[in-house]
Design a protein around this ligand. Structure first.
Ligand SMILES: Cc1cc2nc3c(=O)[nH]c(=O)nc-3n(C[C@H](O)[C@H](O)[C@H](O)COP(=O)(O)OP(=O)(O)OC[C@H]3O[C@@H](n4cnc5c(N)ncnc54)[C@H](O)[C@@H]3O)c2cc1C
Length: 453
């Protein structure tokens, strides 16, 4: 359908990930009387692609999520962000290669996601089921599935978005929320390139039996975001909720866990060339041998090997939680820094989320930024509609603020990954211990001041 018969102008969104769905919900909530909104995704349906298990949504992300969504969506948040269970600590713990604690961030007390926004605590947040959050954000959204965007054409009064099936749609604005490989970004800002960090990541999902879940949580003092840094540029990174997913004979828990190591180890090693990334068994054999090579023999290493041995090699079927199975592969950590290029033209094509500022997952900030983009863009569009601000001045303010905020997080996440990718000796180990303990102490002081004021 090429002609828009409705009088209201249409905003087009490409990409129905967390970012695209947030801006869709937000436009409908705040600007529904002024605009039609249409959203397209290349997938054939909501279950096409693995949607991830657990992500951390921090207080800023939670605040923007509430701003963007209507009450009926907010009422369902506990499905994705269940109330904290006893013992759960919704923040990060970092331990070293043998499980010695290096950093542990204090957590505020709250009973549900509805209590997070007003907290005076920079490190407040909640570990969230990413796939469930996306399901909830799909509520009431009429997605046009199977529409792979291949580019766009601008005219004086709008934009045509072009799809690979030969169709096109017209709107007054086009929002590219189409992820790290965004064709819209490639056309709009061709010099904004993806940066490869030289770190290989093997991210897997495991249904963890209770005894292993207890052991893992004990290592991290019941923190749900967990990192163990090694001596050889390697690290484990995991997220979980201590809420069982299956109560049959034994309780099982959802764990998302990644093992990171310097990519150069694979490039320099002839055996690594034999690894078949399309064969999960081959990938997991390789990952476990890397863990054994880079980690000292100890209880923590044994636990990690045991956990990685539980990774399913094929889709275990419909049984929760493997409904959208993600075959294990070696993947490079990559990011995009929007401040690495000069400001682009403030026009009718707007970028949002990973499409413009993908970041590695180590600090858990990517989705949080995408949600904040949706919040910020809505507020600027409200300025245009209700304060009669110039449209392109509003888009410029969005671009400036989005670029500055997200670039800071891209750089912090990048620096964290690059720092941990370097092998360290005895001196480096002592330095890291002292540095992380000092950061821990500083965070305690900040939190103390914030929560007392
Ligand atoms: C292991 C891991 C852990 C993470 N942990 C956290 C965390 O704790 N906290 C956090 O904030 N972030 C985390 N992130 C990052 C977070 O998942 C992403 O930043 C977030 O999902 C980005 O959302 P998005 O909507 O911008 O992009 P995406 O989720 O990538 O969505 C893009 C959408 O666009 C569609 N699309 C792509 N190309 C086209 C096309 N040509 N035409 C039409 N549609 C297209 C895709 O199908 C997809 O639906 C993590 C990421 C990983 C991998």
């Amino acid at each position: 359908m090429e002609n828009n018969t409705d009088k209201k102008p249409t905003i087009l969104i490409v990409g129905a990930g967390i970012g695209g769905l947030c801006i869709y919900q937000s436009i409908r909530k705040h600007l529904g009387q002024k605009f039609n909104v249409k959203i397209f995704d290349r997938e054939t349906g909501p279950r096409d692609r693995w949607q991830g298990y657990n992500i951390y949504i921090n207080r800023k992300g939670v605040t923007s999520l509430f701003y963007c969504t209507p009450p009926e969506v907010q009422a369902r948040f506990p499905e994705a962000m269940p109330d904290p269970a006893p013992k759960e600590h919704h923040t990060i713990s970092i331990v070293d290669h043998i499980g010695k604690q290096l950093l542990w961030i204090p957590q505020p007390t709250y009973k549900s996601v509805y209590e997070i926004e007003p907290l005076k605590h920079d490190f407040a947040g909640i570990v969230t089921y990413r796939n469930r959050l996306r399901d909830i954000l799909l509520e009431g959204v009429d997605i046009q599935w199977g529409k792979k965007c291949v580019g766009y054409e601008e005219s004086d009064d709008g934009v045509w978005v072009l799809f690979d099936d030969g169709t096109r749609e017209f709107g007054v604005l086009l929002i590219g929320a189409d992820g790290i490989n965004s064709p819209i970004r490639k056309q709009k800002v061709p010099n904004l390139e993806i940066f490869n960090l030289g770190v290989t990541s093997v991210d897997v999902d495991v249904a963890l039996p209770k005894n292993l879940a207890e052991k893992l949580l004990a290592v991290y003092n019941y923190a749900l975001m967990q990192k163990s840094v090694g001596l050889n540029g390697d690290a484990f990174f995991s997220f979980m909720r201590f809420i069982p997913i299956d109560q049959s004979d034994e309780s099982y828990y959802r764990l998302g866990i990644g093992f990171h190591y310097p990519t150069i180890l694979d490039t320099d090693d002839s055996n690594s060339k034999l690894v078949d990334d399309d064969n999960p068994e081959s990938v997991m054999r390789h990952t476990i041998s890397r863990i054994k090579q880079l980690r000292p023999p100890c209880e923590l290493t044994d636990l990690m090997v045991e956990i990685f041995s539980l990774v399913p090699y094929s889709d275990p079927g419909k049984k929760y939680p493997f409904r959208t199975y993600n075959p294990p592969r070696r993947r490079p950590l990559r990011d995009i820094d929007p401040l690495s290029v000069s400001p682009w033209k403030n026009d009718r094509v707007i970028l949002l989320g990973d499409a413009v500022h993908a970041m590695n997952p180590l600090l858990g900030l990517g989705a949080n930024n995408a949600i904040q983009d949706a919040d910020l863009l809505t507020k600027e569009l409200l300025n245009y509609v209700y304060k009669n601000d110039d449209l392109f001045a509003c888009i410029r303010r969005y671009n400036e603020q989005m670029r500055a905020r997200s670039s800071k997080d891209v750089q912090s996440s990048r620096n964290t990954a690059l720092r941990q990718n370097v092998p360290i000796g005895k001196f480096g180990e002592i330095f890291r211990f002292m540095m992380l303990r000092a950061i821990s102490a500083l965070i305690y002081v900040i939190v103390l001041i914030q929560t007392r004021s």
